[in-house]
Design a protein. Structure first.
Length: 319
């Protein structure tokens, strides 16, 4: 979810043209309550699982996750990972797709020839994309909670696993995944960013939690900040070898919160912007080591909100 935003408008339009607008859910929900209840119901409604019904096929579906590497976009469409060639952003082309996974694709991370998929109640799936026309599953690990998001760095996958908190999976041998650490956050872990041996967890009503992951077998909380809303997405910036400077939290009705985490034991809020909708997720216009110019907010019925965050004390609306 980094420097891909300029092509996402055309990518979103192209997805609707290529795959249609069919959905697993039976209706659009109005966003009037916390994502801890209605959003969970909506995603469960989109799941291919059903009582006394056998699913034999699937076309199209809701899109909850996308990642870009090189000329390829990796998109979660319903319970499948779909690969598009976006070398020409005006004409995205279908390349390949996986077989149906057991649940909805909620989070995607790409590293080399592998895609790591957070598939909600089905846990973590590792997909071989060496041949993008024929992506194939290598293995999967069924986490104990609901896998919403995944980030991969080094030999580890960090999974935001809802009520089961943060899970760390050793993916050095993709054919044999092993959990090596876990930290049960007090809220609902929805997203995670990792830098400088610290994991920043967007933990729902519990806000932002900063976990020391230098020893995955002995995880400990370094600090936390209770946001005003429901922390559902997080990105970090200004990261060095020890810590980062800011965490940017998509805080649902709390909009965007910019948290100074330079002292991770005592994070403080630097700035905030109340968006018109419900801020679900956030992406930044630069990598984790530099200060971003823009923050892109997935704002529910408020659409895509772009903020100038070059002055973190005073984020300003752009579009």
């Amino acid at each position: 979810m980094k420097a891909r935003w300029l092509g996402l408008f055309t990518l979103t339009l192209a997805l609707s043209l290529i795959f249609g607008t069919a959905s697993f859910s039976q209706g659009e929900s109005q966003e009037t309550v916390s994502p801890s209840s209605q959003d969970e119901d909506a995603m469960r409604a989109a799941s291919p699982q059903a009582r006394n019904v056998e699913l034999v096929g699937q076309i199209s579906g809701q899109v909850f996750a996308v990642a870009v590497q090189g000329n390829y976009a990796y998109v979660g469409i319903g319970p499948r990972l779909v690969i598009l060639n976006v070398g020409n952003p005006a004409r995205p082309a279908f390349v390949g797709q996986t077989a149906m996974l057991p649940d909805i694709v909620a989070g995607i991370a790409v590293k080399g020839n592998r895609v790591y998929v957070a598939a909600r109640e089905s846990g973590l799936h590792v997909i071989n994309i060496a041949n993008p026309a024929r992506p194939s599953e290598i293995s999967h690990y069924d986490t104990p909670g609901i896998a919403h998001s995944v980030m991969v760095t080094g030999s580890y996958a960090y999974v935001a696993d809802h009520e089961a908190g943060l899970r760390i999976i050793d993916v050095s041998n993709p054919a044999s995944l092993q959990e090596v650490g876990a930290y049960d956050t007090p809220g609902h872990a929805r997203d995670v960013a990792v830098a400088a041996n610290l994991a920043y967890v967007a933990d729902g009503r519990s806000g932002l939690h900063i976990i020391n992951v230098s020893n995955p077998a002995r995880l400990s909380e370094t600090g936390h900040y209770t946001t005003t809303g429901y922390a559902g997405g997080v990105q970090v910036a200004g990261c060095g070898s020890v810590t980062c400077t800011y965490a940017y939290v998509a805080d649902y009705e709390g909009g965007l919160r910019i948290i100074n985490v330079s002292n991770p034991a005592h994070p403080t809020e630097t700035g905030q912007y109340t968006t018109t909708g419900y801020a679900h997720d956030v992406a930044l216009s630069s990598g984790p080591r530099s200060r971003p110019t823009y923050a892109y907010i997935a704002d529910g019925f408020g659409g895509l909100c772009i903020l100038d965050v070059s002055d973190p004390r005073n984020p300003r609306w752009v579009n």
